[in-house]
Design a protein around this ligand. Structure first.
Ligand SMILES: *Cc1c(COP(=O)(O)O)cnc(C)c1O
Length: 363
């Protein structure tokens, strides 16, 4: 026997969600599998999508190397480009696509001596103000790239700051700035992240464009990025089930407190379950009393502060619950977004925060 804390990954849900992204947009889709596929295991996710993914997106060369060493053969897009010029040798050798977002990266690229043409994603800043050339400079930078003999295709790319807020029109502003910047330039375009795919159809297709790329990340893993779910986002299937078991059950009298800091005090006789799952597994320590959990198919709630290896749940309404019962922390029955809300964070940090103590099991 071993500790029951595991993260079960449903690879068919990830395939379903990838297909949904393609079906909604009609675009090519670079499956974003940076940060170990948001905690789901980059190699396994890439293998599960190998037959259909147009490309994969990662944050750095180390993540790309892990894929190529595991035999993944799809093109890989380096979303932030290279961090040092010598990485361009790997980009060349592995046939990767590379983003360019600063003058320095542009210079490295122009000075490189690759054996083949490099396909470039030219990143434009349309309002996120994190990475990218100001969109007003698109023509100028594009001209420098297209004059270079070893630059292959040039895809214009931008990234949304507020696409998850469906009632907020800043995405429309970004789309129109991007349109302005790109209208006289040839080649493919790429705007939408998951929220763009689900909520901003104008970011999918451009008349007269041969090619459009979308970049689904969080939606692949089944968490709805939108602040108001819509008809598309409700079709997502959660891929990760974080689960464990009850390892102790106790009855406390009214007035007794639970755990560190005595955060929860029993107002009445209370049945308490202890679950083998804590913040050292990646479960958020900030989860408040009332954060949903599921015990043997029934909804319950966290009571008391989450500790390193354990947390405590209310079993007062579940008199039949016993040691060994399965507990779902998030997954099919407990929405990861709900847990995130109760912890002052987002599903992204929950998924990427799962630690190596938690084995990933694949369905
Ligand atoms: C991470 C990332 C994405 C994916 O974002 P989601 O919100 O997870 O869909 C898309 N594009 C870029 C440039 C990224 O860095």
């Amino acid at each position: 026997m071993s500790r029951p804390a595991v993260a079960c990954i449903d690879l068919s849900a990830i395939r379903h969600n990838y297909r949904l992204a393609k079906q909604i947009t009609g675009c090519k889709a670079a499956a974003i599998i940076k940060a170990n596929a948001y905690g789901h295991g980059a190699v396994r996710v890439a293998q599960a999508l190998a037959a259909e993914a147009d490309a994969f997106g990662v944050a750095c060369i180390e993540e790309a190397l892990e894929l190529s060493e595991s035999g993944v053969r799809q093109p890989v897009l380096l979303l932030e480009g290279v961090f040092a010029p010598d990485e361009l040798e790997q980009v060349d050798r592995l046939g990767m696509m590379v983003a360019v977002h600063t003058q320095q990266q542009l210079q490295w690229l122009l000075d490189a001596k690759p054996a083949r043409k490099l396909d470039v994603f030219l990143k434009l800043d349309t309002g996120m103000h994190r990475l990218g050339f100001p969109y007003q400079q698109a023509q100028k930078i594009h001209a420098r790239l297209s004059a270079c003999a070893h630059v292959g295709s040039i895809t214009l790319m931008t990234h949304f700051a507020r696409a998850d807020e469906v009632g907020e029109d800043f995405s429309a502003t970004q789309i129109s700035r991007f349109q302005q910047a790109s209208q006289h330039l040839p080649g493919a375009v790429s705007l939408a992240n998951s929220a763009g795919i689900l909520a901003w159809p104008d970011s999918h297709q451009y008349s007269g464009r041969s090619e459009c790329w979308v970049r689904p990340g969080i939606m692949l893993y089944g968490a709805d990025p939108l602040d108001q779910p819509n008809q598309l986002s409700t079709q997502l299937r959660p891929a990760m089930t974080l689960q464990s078991e009850l390892i102790a059950v106790r009855e406390l009298e009214a007035g007794e407190c639970i755990g560190y800091g005595a955060r929860f005090q029993c107002k009445k006789p209370t049945r308490v379950g202890v679950v083998a799952m804590g913040y050292a597994d990646g479960y958020p320590r900030h989860a408040v009393d009332g954060t949903p959990v599921n015990v043997a198919g029934q909804m319950s709630r966290i009571i008391g502060r989450v500790s390193m290896d354990m947390l405590t749940v209310d079993l007062t309404e579940l008199p039949q619950a016993v040691i060994g019962d399965k507990v779902e922390l998030w997954g099919q029955q407990v929405n990861a977004n709900e847990v995130a809300k109760h912890s002052g964070t987002i599903a992204y940090t929950l998924f990427t925060g799962i630690t190596r103590r938690v084995p990933l099991q694949y369905l």
